[in-house]
Write a protein that binds this ligand. Structure first.
Ligand code: DLZ
Length: 164
């Protein structure tokens, strides 16, 4: 299903793990800040709604989405962090810059996640227009930040189930 047909804030919440002692890092790109702040709000509020404690959530800002993977890697290296959520928006431009950024971030986050054996969630919107971005940052298609937070919670639970 494409995101055009999906509301990013509607998901199954059956059997979510207890996350009251889990620690999360949110890494937020400053580029397209009007959108990424909404992604942050969505992710933060969803973590709180499903049981995370405010003191167990840390935030780090990076200049643009290209820097998300390295910063996520740094947070994932901290032993106390259970999951990292990387939030950014890369809007298609007149050049291919967006393609390079999108591929680099997707690959960088995958690599950092596997290297650290921790969930690092790809909360990056890759729309064609600002309007499409806003639609997915608390607009008609929900909030990618909400979806990223639920994904982090589910992956923390799955890791516990599989590895402990
Ligand atoms: C340079 C750039 C461009 C053109 N577009 C975006 C964007 O749409 N979203 C985003 O998060 N960052 C963008 N950036 C910045 C890069 O991610 C990176 O911060 C710079 O290339 C570093 O010099």
């Amino acid at each position: 299903m494409s995101t055009a047909d999906k509301n990013l804030s509607v998901f199954s919440t059956a059997a979510l793990p207890n996350i009251s002692s889990r620690k999360f890092a949110l890494v937020v790109a400053e580029w397209n800040e009007e959108v990424t702040e909404k992604l942050f709000e969505g992710a933060y509020n969803t973590l709180i709604q499903y049981g995370a404690l405010p003191e167990n959530i840390v935030r780090g800002n990076v200049p643009g989405s290209f820097e998300l993977s390295l910063a996520a890697h740094w947070y994932a290296q901290r032993p106390e962090i259970d999951a990292v959520i990387a939030l950014g928006v890369v809007i298609q431009g007149e050049t291919k810059h967006n393609d390079y950024i999108n591929h680099a971030v997707a690959q960088g986050i995958t690599n950092a996640s596997i290297a650290n054996n921790k969930p690092i969630i790809f909360g990056v919107l890759t729309p064609n227009t600002m309007e499409q971005a806003l639609d997915r940052a608390g607009g008609v298609h929900g909030n990618k930040g909400d979806e990223a937070a639920i994904t982090a919670i589910k992956m923390v639970g799955l890791k516990e189930q599989v590895l402990s």
